[in-house]
Design a protein around this ligand. Structure first.
Ligand code: SAM
Length: 285
């Protein structure tokens, strides 16, 4: 076990994980601006893109590139700076670092090296979409991008088909209609919601079934999308063909106390405890 006291005095630097807006610059938090101003270095997915944000908020901090293609090479360099007492903020192009974006390897390496890792709350497309979807907001599962290869995508969807929770995906507009059709083939034509261009001028929600949305997406797939699929419908359990007294006896034989066995059998069969008790003791109901 290890413990991190984020704001205690440390003789190493801190790695801050700083979310950036997903479209609307006003979603930058005051704290995010302060942290980016105060750190020694910003590790950015795309330094040119982040420079625009820094200019807008008058942040003069130096940047270093940190993206999926230089992650492994950069980590030792960044850890050395942190170990020497420099603080670093990691940002991606938009939203939360590490959420379908670079960051997780750096976080793991920093934790391993005993560097405090401090996350800031802020913009994230998945949870922003979820709260306005109208689908059950919890439990939910965030999946992110599905594999692109058809066979791998089908395997991933099949593994998700019985999830009794809302599942959130990211998808490119170019693949949206096809992916929704594939989802309907594996999940059935379930309720789903598309959140398009969140926080931007053309923000839009399309709510319907997967096939309705696939049809809609043929002509409307422009911009960035979050895809949310409603929970798998509850599977009706076929009633057991084993007589109730035998079900109770089997549980007692397996070590359950009679009262617990009766309770469990009642639950399994959707019956009242008293009915199972009566059946077990051959009493008239
Ligand atoms: N780290 C980001 C976050 O916290 O949401 C996600 C980055 S991921 C590379 C980009 C994907 O997120 C897009 O392809 C889209 O699916 C989704 N996304 C990002 N911004 C969005 C927005 N404004 N509206 C809808 N979806 C968005």
């Amino acid at each position: 076990m290890t413990q991190q006291k984020s704001f205690a005095a440390h003789d190493v630097g801190t790695l801050y994980l700083v979310p950036t807006p997903i479209g609307n610059l006003e979603d930058m938090t005051v704290r995010a601006v302060h942290v980016l101003q105060q750190v020694d270095l910003i590790a950015a997915e795309d330094t040119r893109n982040t420079q625009k944000l820094l200019n807008h908020f008058e942040i003069a901090t130096k940047q270093i590139s940190f993206h999926e293609h230089n992650t492994q090479a950069r980590i030792p360099e960044l850890l050395a700076k942190l170990a020497a007492g420099h603080s670093i903020a990691q940002v991606s192009d938009a939203g939360m670092p590490s959420i379908s974006d670079p960051g997780k390897e750096l976080v793991a390496a920093a934790i391993e090296a005993g560097i405090p890792v401090v996350p800031l709350p802020g913009a994230n497309a998945a949870t922003t979409a979820l709260i306005a979807s109208g689908l059950p907001p919890q439990p939910f599962m965030f999946y992110g991008f599905l594999p692109r290869k058809a066979s791998e995508q089908k395997a991933a969807l099949t593994a998700l088909a019985t999830q009794p929770q809302t599942v959130i995906f990211y998808e490119s507009p170019y693949r949206l209609a096809k992916t929704l059709t594939s989802m309907a083939a594996v999940f059935g034509d379930r309720p789903a919601v598309l959140a398009r261009e969140l926080t931007k001028k053309f923000e839009e929600f399309a709510r319907g079934t997967l096939l309705e949305l696939a049809d809609w997406a043929q002509d409307n797939a422009r911009g960035e999308f979050v895809v949310m699929v409603g929970p798998a419908p509850a599977v009706e359990k076929a009633p057991s063909t084993v007589p109730l007294p035998e079900q109770v006896q089997a549980r007692i034989d397996a070590g359950a106390r009679p009262n617990d066995a009766i309770k469990a059998v009642a639950k399994d069969n959707g019956l009242k405890k008293q009915d199972v008790y009566n059946a077990y003791h051959e009493l008239e109901g």
